[in-house]
Design a protein around this ligand. Structure first.
Ligand code: OGA
Ligand code: NI
Length: 308
């Protein structure tokens, strides 16, 4: 693939050569588009998301996040970037949904008595399921791209940490100089993120110190790698910093991010196959820890009010 490429690669899951394309994308950008993904409930999920966000603030607050951060989070409640860079919270509101049926991480569901939301829960569960399947498939492609057996990551994914984040960005113009962002610069934590957006652009990724725009492509996901995968592969595969810059005040930007991550009990550390690779960015590795512990350390480092 050409070095002059200034757009992230497009992976077509119907093309036989896509494993090579994924390897190239993961070592260069850490980001790629995926087409022919077969997630059928994508459109419905957007429609349902829009219905929820159009409810009154009073009703939305009834479904505010519980103690494990699932449920509704209001405008500017969250700050993804460093507080020293951001002068206010991200100009977005969100709704977070984990894997259904986890005792310690109960989901919050809007009442099906709310007009229009009769199908809300079932659409979200269907979308969550379909994305989990796609995530699992992409992780087997990623194993092959790393030269590992295709089931290499299966033992990490018995009870995946799988989080759906519905987002609506407000009509507030971003101004990086003044510390105002749709979403502040950050990297994602886990294995992979499947991002879908409406037609309004805003995503930017930092490549070699320059911010490049990643415009939406119809019917494609934007997939990016998270810090945990970067750590396991000793930076062979990249977790790339990204942010959202809102430059329109006439429309809402909607996005749906699905974070696909190891089981909380999975032990994580640099893979034996990647411990001694010739890499000037080698990660120091201590004892492997569980992914749950890894997440706690990440939250502690980024959320000043976080308690274990
Ligand atoms: C995120 C993220 C981008 C977007 O939620 O981690 O990077 O376009 N979202 O909403
Ligand atoms: Ni992100």
């Amino acid at each position: 693939m050409s070095q002059l490429l200034n757009s992230i690669p497009l992976i077509d899951l119907d093309k036989p050569s896509y494993i090579d394309d994924i390897r190239e994308a993961c070592t260069s950008y850490g980001f790629f588009y995926v087409q022919n993904h077969r997630v059928k409930s994508l459109r419905d999920c957007f429609l349902e998301s829009m219905k929820f966000f159009s409810l009154s603030p009073e009703i939305k607050k009834i479904y505010a996040c519980n103690t494990v951060n699932l449920g509704y989070t209001s405008f500017q409640d969250e700050t993804l970037g460093a507080p020293s860079i951001q002068s206010c919270g991200d100009t977005k509101e969100g709704y977070y949904i984990g894997r259904e049926g986890e005792e310690l991480f109960p989901n919050v569901w809007p009442s099906s008595d709310i007009e229009g939301l009769e199908q809300w829960k079932s659409v979200m569960l269907e979308y969550h399921n379909e994305c989990s399947r796609l995530g699992f498939h992409l992780m087997s492609c990623i194993s092959l791209a790393l030269g590992l057996p295709n089931d290499y990551f299966q033992s990490y994914l018995h009870e995946p940490t799988a989080l759906l984040r519905l987002l609506r960005y407000g009509r507030v113009l971003s101004d990086p100089q003044r510390g105002i962002f749709g979403a502040g610069e950050h990297s994602d934590y886990g294995f992979i993120t499947l991002l879908a957006t409406n037609e309004v652009s805003g995503l930017e990724i930092c490549k070699d110190g320059t911010w490049i725009k990643v415009p939406p492509k119809p019917d494609c996901f934007v997939v990016n790698l998270g810090d945990c995968l970067q750590m396991l592969t000793n930076k062979k595969f990249r977790s790339t910093i990204h942010r959202v810059i809102i430059d329109r005040s006439d429309v809402d930007r909607y996005s749906i991010a699905f974070f696909y991550e190891p089981s909380r009990s999975a032990m994580i550390g640099v893979l034996p196959e990647y411990r001694n690779i010739d890499n000037d960015a080698t990660i120091p590795y201590d004892e492997p820890i569980t992914y749950g512990e890894y997440l706690s350390r990440k939250y502690e480092a980024t959320h000043s009010d976080y308690k274990k």
